[in-house]
Design a protein around this ligand. Structure first.
Ligand code: FAD
Length: 480
C-alpha cells in the first residue's frame, strides 16, 4: 500500500471526465493526485487515432484540464519511461487507470503493470468504459457468444447489473514543478494543419458538460419516439453520444442508469429497451474484439479470405468524396466529411454500397471511417464493417444488399437529408431526389441540375453490381 503522503498518479486515457471515473475516485480517496495524459500515438502505428479523433481529443483534453484547474500534465512518448520518470520526480508510489480494451492497449498496460509492480509501485486498474467485462460473459458451455441477442438477453441481462456510477471526487491535486518532459496542449499537435478540423468542431461542443446536456435533451425530447424515428437521417432522433462515449466524456454506466431513471414512466419501456440495446451493441463490439483481437484486420468468417474483392483506388475515392451519383450515399459521405459523423442508417447504406456494389474490401471503408469519424472506435468500427460485409459474427446475411434508391425513398422521403448535404440537388422535386437520372430534361433544367457536370451520373448500375456480388458470394459458398 502507498504511504499516506505519497501522491497517486491518475493516468487518463479514454475516460476524459471527472464524474463516474473509478480510477480518479479511488485516487481521490487515497490522497493527493497527479492527473496525467500521455500521447503515445507513435507507439501504436497500426491504429493510432485518426485525424478527426485527434481533433476531438485535443478539445477534450482542453476541457479536462480546465476542470482540473489547469493541473492536467501532458506528455508525449513511451508511457512506461514517462511514468517511471514521473514517479522519481514526485515520489508517487501508486499509479491508477481505467482499463482500455483494444489489443494494443491490453499488451501495453499488461507490460507496464508488470514492470511497475516489479519496481514496488502499486498499480490499480478499473472498469470505466464498459457495462460488463468481456471475460465475465460466456455461454453455458463456457465459450464466448457469437450472436448478439443471446449475448445480450441471456448473457448480459442475467449477469450482475452494471455498477451504479461513482460521483465526482473532491480532489486534492499534488503540486509539483513542471518536469522537463511535460508539454503544452498545442505541442501535442493533435489538430490537423488544414482547416477541415475547424469545420468539424463547429458542429460539436466538446466537453463533459456537453455530453450531459445531450443526454438530458435525448431523454427529455427524443427517447419516446426513438424506436420510430431513429432510422430517419433528417430527424434529430438519436442521442449523438457516440464520440463522447468513445473518449469517455460520459460513461456507458451513466447513460444506462440515467436513461432508466428518467424513463420510469409507463409507455417508455419499448423505446428505452431499443436504446439500451444499441448501447449493448457497443458492448458486443468490445466483447468480440476482446475474444477475437485480430478482427480489426482479419475476416471473422475466414471463408471471406477468398472473396474476389476488386482493388480500385479511383472507385474508392469517388465514394470517399461523395461523388457516386447516388444521392443518399453521397449525402452520407459528405455529412461525414463536414461533421465527422454519419447517421447509423446511412453508415449501413454507404458501407453496403462500397463492399457489395463496388466490391471493395471492407478494410478500405473501415480505414476511411477511422480517419474521418469523431467517434471512430476500433471495436465498433471493425465489428460494424464486418457485419455489413457479411463476414462478421452475427453478420447481416450477404444477400441483403441495400438498394440506395429504395432506402432513400423509405428513410428520406422528401429528400431533406439529401438536400442538406447536396445543395446542388436542392431544387429537384421530391419524386426525383433519389433518382435524378430519371428526371425529364425539362425538370433537370428547371432545377439547374446538369448530370455529369453539376452532379455526377451514377457510377454503376445497381442491378448488375448486385448480381455480380451475389454470384461472387454463391461461388464463395461452394468453396471447401
Ligand atoms: P444512438 O442511436 O443514440 O445510440 C446510443 C449509443 O449506442 C451510440 O452512441 C453508440 O455508442 C452505441 N451504438 C449505437 N448503435 C451501435 C452499433 N450499431 N454498434 C455499436 N454501438 C452502437 N459507432 C461508433 O461509436 N464508432 C464507430 O467507429 C462506428 N463505426 C461504424 C461503422 C459502420 C459501417 C456502421 C454501420 C456503424 C458504425 N458505428 C460506430 C455504430 C453507429 O453507427 C454509431 O454508434 C451511431 O450512429 C452513433 O450515433 P448516436 O450516438 O446518435 O447513436
Amino acid at each position: 500500500m502507498s504511504s499516506f503522503n505519497s501522491p497517486v498518479i491518475v493516468w487518463f486515457r479514454q475516460d476524459l471526465r471527472l464524474a463516474d471515473n473509478p480510477a480518479l475516485f479511488f485516487a481521490g480517496q487515497k490522497g493527493t493526485v497527479i492527473p496525467i495524459f500521455i500521447d503515445d500515438r507513435a507507439n501504436n502505428s497500426e491504429w493510432s487515432p485518426g485525424a478527426a479523433s485527434c481533433c476531438w481529443l485535443h478539445h477534450s483534453l482542453d476541457d479536462l484540464n480546465h476542470q482540473l484547474d489547469g493541473c492536467l500534465k501532458l506528455f508525449q512518448g513511451e508511457p512506461l519511461s514517462i511514468l517511471i520518470q514521473l514517479i522519481k520526480e514526485t515520489g508517487a508510489n501508486t499509479v491508477v487507470w481505467n482499463r482500455c480494451y483494444t489489443p494494443h492497449a491490453i499488451r501495453r498496460d499488461t507490460n507496464i503493470k508488470e514492470r511497475l509492480l516489479a519496481e514496488g509501485i502499486e498499480v490499480a486498474s478499473f472498469n470505466g468504459s464498459l457495462l460488463w467485462e468481456p471475460w465475465e460473459i460466456y455461454t453455458k458451455s463456457g465459450t464466448p457468444y457469437k450472436v448478439f441477442t443471446p449475448y445480450y438477453r441471456k448473457g448480459c441481462l442475467n449477469a450482475k447489473p452494471p455498477q451504479t456510477p461513482v460521483s465526482k471526487p473532491k480532489l486534492q491535486i499534488h503540486f509539483s514543478e513542471d518536469s522537463g518532459q511535460q508539454l503544452a496542449l498545442d505541442q501535442l499537435k493533435l489538430l490537423p494543419e488544414h482547416s477541415w478540423a475547424n469545420q468539424i468542431t463547429d458542429h460539436w461542443s466538446i466537453s463533459e458538460a456537453s455530453a450531459w446536456a445531450l443526454l438530458h435533451k435525448f431523454t427529455e425530447e427524443r427517447l419516446k419516439s426513438y424506436s420510430q424515428n431513429r432510422d430517419f437521417p433528417a430527424k434529430q432522433a438519436t442521442s449523438s453520444l457516440s464520440p463522447y462515449l468513445r473518449w469517455g466524456q460520459i460513461s456507458p454506466r451513466q447513460v444506462w442508469h440515467y436513461s432508466q431513471q428518467q424513463c420510469s414512466t409507463p409507455g417508455l419501456e419499448h423505446p428505452l429497451d431499443t436504446f439500451l440495446k444499441e448501447i449493448a451493441w457497443r458492448e458486443f463490439s468490445y466483447y468480440q474484439l476482446y475474444h477475437s483481437p485480430s478482427m480489426t484486420e482479419e475476416n471473422l468468417n475466414q471463408k471471406f479470405n477468398r472473396f474476389p474483392w476488386r482493388h480500385h483506388k479511383e472507385s474508392c475515392q469517388t465514394w470517399q468524396r461523395g461523388q457516386t451519383g447516388f444521392p443518399i450515399i453521397d449525402a452520407g459521405m459528405r455529412e461525414l466529411w463536414q461533421t465527422g459523423y454519419m447517421h447509423n442508417r446511412v453508415r449501413m447504406l454507404v458501407a453496403s454500397f462500397l463492399v457489395k456494389n463496388q466490391l471493395q474490401h471492407w478494410h478500405n471503408g473501415a480505414r476511411w471511417f477511422w480517419d474521418t469519424l469523431v467517434d471512430a472506435d476500433l471495436a465498433s468500427n471493425s465489428a460494424s464493417w464486418q457485419w455489413v460485409a457479411g463476414c462478421g459474427n452475427d453478420a447481416a446475411p450477404y444477400f441483403r444488399i441495400f438498394n440506395p434508391v429504395v432506402q432513400g425513398i423509405k428513410f428520406d422521403p422528401q429528400g431533406e437529408y439529401v438536400r442538406r448535404y447536396i445543395p446542388e440537388l436542392n431544387n429537384l422535386p421530391d419524386c426525383y431526389i433519389h433518382t435524378p437520372w430519371d428526371a425529364p430534361e425539362s425538370i433537370l433544367l428547371d432545377a439547374q441540375v446538369t448530370l455529369g457536370t453539376t452532379y455526377p451520373q451514377p457510377i454503376l448500375d445497381l442491378n448488375t453490381t448486385r448480381k455480380r456480388a451475389l454470384s461472387a458470394y454463391t461461388e464463395l459458398k461452394k468453396l471447401p
